[in-house]
Design a protein. Structure first.
Length: 432
């Protein structure tokens, strides 16, 4: 029986802090990248300019009026312009396209975050390898999809959200550029996932009492930066406490097999954590008796900047809270008519308590009507009437508060890679 602290928040942050100290002291491994190279990458991540010079995407002053290409390389599903904004190898959902889609995001509307290209994998020949010195006797174990489907299944409603969702607002609202894909608010989707508990699979594989970390790796192509540095397959370690808690190996999305772009045949789902933790197309999981690191929790997915230590924050775990209107940017709305504004709010740390709306740039506020029973790690839809009388520009604001007492701030602390933007977004419209 493995006894681990599975509580969230401070305990996870403390664990990551200890693991970080072990790695800096040479007591942890970062497989696939030499420690001296990892230290170089970590040092480079301290400034946006250095990150860009090592091949990370550079920020563009992006916003609602971006001109975008009509296709994204490496994405399989159709990407109609009324649903998606193409951003490099990624596709961002236009939030107005979610109006009328219901509580769950259809696969046809779900955002795509790819480091390279979507692989086309055969579910019949796919297998998952569990290996590492954190297993009893160090013996590897393989599972086919049929093996997983024979295990007791579990379902979970949860959003998956890129850590950089909202990144462009560091530039457009706060005047502080950040490197990376210039998402607005559409790098999120909420679905009903079905699969098997990762803890059940790890126990069958023989996880030992000495295990501390697990490292899932994807089967998409190796990621090579612009300067030619090969960082290998996308992979990111999890503390065993989290792996044995609420993580699932998902093989269904909204009642159907996973689509190719969303991890077919099997992906990780790590509820409430930043999206990079939910590795798509998972092919192997290392179980280790020593702390593990990869570029995705050293060079990327930490907070760097003036308010953070030189080595950055601890690796990112939980997402934040946000709100978004289901309305086009710079939408035109007739005066003298009642408009039923709709939107969605979400939080990783608590259920939504209430959503405040302002239609006059923050001078006055009123509460929106919540359409769903709020739950942590999933979004809540809301609606509010607005009867504008005077033509001209207007600014709409939505501000959510969750059951832990967290409220979206007017601004948020800057970090060079633009993660975890949680400030209230100023949504411009024009009344005519």
């Amino acid at each position: 029986m493995i006894s681990r602290d599975t509580s969230a928040g401070a305990s996870e942050e403390g664990y990551d802090g200890r693991r970080h100290a072990q790695w800096l002291a040479g007591e942890a491994r970062a497989d696939g990248v030499a420690r001296r190279d990892m230290l170089r990458l970590l040092a480079a991540a301290g400034t946006a300019g250095a990150v860009a010079s090592l091949g990370a995407p550079t920020a563009v002053a992006a916003g609602p009026a971006d001109s975008v290409p009509k296709a994204a390389p490496g994405i399989v599903k159709p990407l109609p312009a009324d649903r998606f904004t193409i951003r490099g190898t990624n596709a961002e959902t236009k939030f107005e396209a979610l109006a009328g889609t219901g509580y769950y995001t259809p696969a046809s509307h779900f955002f795509v975050r790819n480091h390279t290209a979507t692989p086309r994998l055969d579910a019949k020949t796919w297998s998952l390898k569990i290996w590492g010195d954190g297993l009893k006797g160090g013996r590897a174990r393989e599972f086919t999809l049929a093996d997983l489907e024979r295990l007791p299944s579990t379902s979970r409603t949860a959003f998956v959200e890129c850590a950089g969702n909202g990144r462009s607002f560091f530039t457009t609202q706060q005047g502080q550029p950040a490197s990376g894909t210039a998402w607005t608010l559409g790098a999120i989707g909420n679905a009903r996932w079905r699969g098997v508990r990762l803890s059940d699979v790890l126990r069958l594989a023989g996880v030992s009492r000495h295990a501390v970390d697990v490292m899932p790796s994807g089967l998409d192509a190796e990621y090579v930066t612009d300067d030619g540095t090969n960082l290998g397959r996308v992979r990111r370690p999890l503390p065993l406490a989290k792996a044995m808690d609420d993580v699932i190996l998902a093989y269904e999305m909204n009642g159907a097999p996973l689509p190719a772009d969303h991890g077919h045949p099997v992906r990780l789902l790590v509820p409430a954590w930043v999206g990079i933790a939910s590795i798509k197309w998972v092919g192997d999981i290392e179980v280790s008796s020593t702390p593990l690191y990869s570029p995705w929790n050293t060079r990327f997915y930490r907070l760097f900047g003036e308010t953070y230590p030189p080595e950055g924050s601890a690796p990112l775990t939980h997402q934040t809270l946000k709100s978004a209107f289901e309305l086009p940017w710079n939408a035109t709305l007739p005066a003298g008519r009642t408009h039923h504004l709709t939107g969605r709010s979400w939080s990783a740390t608590g259920a939504i308590s209430h959503v405040d709306i302002s239609t006059d740039a923050g001078r006055t506020w009123h509460k929106a009507h919540l359409k769903d029973k709020p739950r942590q790690g999933s979004w809540t839809r809301w609606t509010t009437p607005w009867h504008p009388k005077t033509p001209g520009p207007a600014t709409l604001l939505a501000r959510t508060t969750d059951t832990t007492g967290h409220t979206q701030p007017p601004t948020t602390t800057h970090n060079t890679q633009g993660y975890l933007f949680d400030a209230v977004v100023r949504h411009a419209v024009r009344v005519v």
